[in-house]
Design a protein around this ligand. Structure first.
Ligand SMILES: Nc1nc2c(ncn2[C@@H]2O[C@H](COP(=O)(O)OP(=O)(O)OP(=O)(O)O)[C@@H](O)[C@H]2O)c(=O)[nH]1
Length: 399
């Protein structure tokens, strides 16, 4: 009887141990999904790590055997095993390369302004009608009334005082005056480097359809080309496909995306998790995409303010980029002012500049909002985002 009792005891203990083991395994698998199992840092399929923990383990624990190929894109955490499939990560074009290539595109869409102005200014007798035509051309280019008056006033004075009307002289004046309006002294650097012991935080805002998600994806590429370690946060939970779209951008260049699997999830919570993950990951910068559409304007602004407040519980926000569609002119400007009331905008991204001859919007938006244009979107291609360069811009306009 004692032998049977012992056998039962052994069987009971063994069953309990097995059940405890099973519970532990289930717990671990659930835990890897992140807080509440909703948010994860996802890595491209060709790279080994899939979570922050994996990334850290890779950084701290995995020794790369001499001679192994280490891919540096995304901060050097992607250790390729010898038998791993060939990586499909793209190498984005450097900012220097893209500026030269994009200058041509910019000038194609904008030099209409320069041509008309030069034709008018160098036509000889500059009568009242000619000056009015110059004014109309500048207004049509969305330079805005104030800047147009200023520019025409200065040019009129110079023509009167110096009396020169040859094309080259007038062109030189036009260049000088336009450049002064664009203001080369503004600080156009994007805050994308670690601040002390923490990643820089960039929040990207704007009305839906302006190109926000695309801009976040393109900006990640600009930064990866500069060897920055980037994390993306998909806080546009309003549009179902936005997180997928962002994740795809990230995967192409080996950048992880923190997202929620649930449509309509709390954007502030996703943003919070993204900043937290970026800190754990020791990233240089985290870029957070936000929604541009809600049921009403007040709702959108409340949501943005909340996203901002919740992020700031954890880290200061270093940059708020407002994406404006260059083709929407004055309407875009009004939207910009509304956003400015909810968050403190630190820089403008002017998207779709390739689709308009209204390059004057650069001057107008800077004046109205008092912040510099830092980046310009010049097409739908992945590397069609360039740092804004006032001199190159004015040269492209004048032709
Ligand atoms: N031509 C051109 N198209 C652009 C540019 N930037 C973005 N687009 C296009 O604009 C469209 C809208 O871009 P999205 O990034 O989805 O816009 P969004 O602001 O994130 O929109 P929501 O997610 O709905 O808020 C896409 O078709 C982009 O390819 C640009 O610089 N030039």
């Amino acid at each position: 009887m004692a032998a049977v009792d012992s056998l039962w005891e052994i069987l009971t203990v063994a069953t309990l141990v097995a059940l405890a083991g099973l519970a532990l395994i289930v717990g671990l698998v659930r835990g890897r999904g992140g807080k509440g199992g909703t948010k994860t840092i996802e890595r491209p399929p060709t790279t080994a790590p899939t979570t922050v923990e994996d990334e850290r383990a890779d950084r701290e624990g995995v020794q790369t055997p001499p001679g192994d190929d280490v891919d540096n894109v995304g901060g050097g955490v992607d250790v390729l095993e010898p038998e791993a499939p060939t990586p499909t990560l793209e190498r984005p074009e450097s900012a220097r390369g893209r500026l030269a290539r994009l200058r041509a595109r910019l000038s194609r869409s904008n030099n209409a302004i320069g041509n008309v102005l030069l034709a008018l200014l160098s036509s000889g007798g500059l009568d009242e009608q000619s000056w009015e035509d110059v004014e109309d051309t500048l207004l049509q280019a969305d330079l805005g009334v104030e800047a147009t008056d200023e520019l025409v006033g200065k040019l009129r004075t110079r023509v009167k005082v110096d009396g020169a009307t040859d094309v080259e002289t007038v062109k030189g004046w036009l260049r000088e005056e336009l450049l002064a309006l664009v203001d080369p002294s503004m600080d156009r650097r994007v805050a994308a480097s670690r601040v002390g012991e923490r990643p820089s935080v960039i929040l990207v805002v704007g009305v839906n359809g302006t190109g926000k998600t695309t801009t976040v994806g393109k900006l990640a590429r600009v930064l990866v080309a500069e060897n920055k370690d980037v994390v993306l946060g998909a806080a546009d939970t309003f549009r179902a496909a936005a997180a997928d779209q962002l994740q795809t951008w990230g995967e192409r260049v080996g950048v992880p995306t923190v997202r929620s699997e649930r449509e309509g999830a709390d954007p502030a919570s996703v943003a919070f998790d993204a900043v937290k993950s970026a800190a754990e990951y020791e990233a240089d910068v985290v870029i957070i995409d936000t929604a541009g559409r809600l049921h009403n304007k007040a709702g959108l602004m409340d949501e943005l303010s909340k996203v901002k407040r919740v992020i700031e519980k954890q880290s200061p926000i270093d940059e708020v980029l407002l994406v404006l569609d260059a083709t929407t002119g004055q309407n875009g400007m009004r939207q910009a002012e509304v956003f400015g009331q909810a968050v403190e905008v630190t820089g403008i991204v002017l998207s779709k500049l390739d689709g308009t001859a209204k390059g004057g919007i650069v001057v107008n938006v800077q004046r109205r909002l008092g912040v510099p244009v830092k980046l310009v979107g010049l097409g739908e291609g992945p590397d069609d985002l360039a740092p804004f360069d006032p001199e190159a811009f004015v040269d492209a306009i004048i032709g």
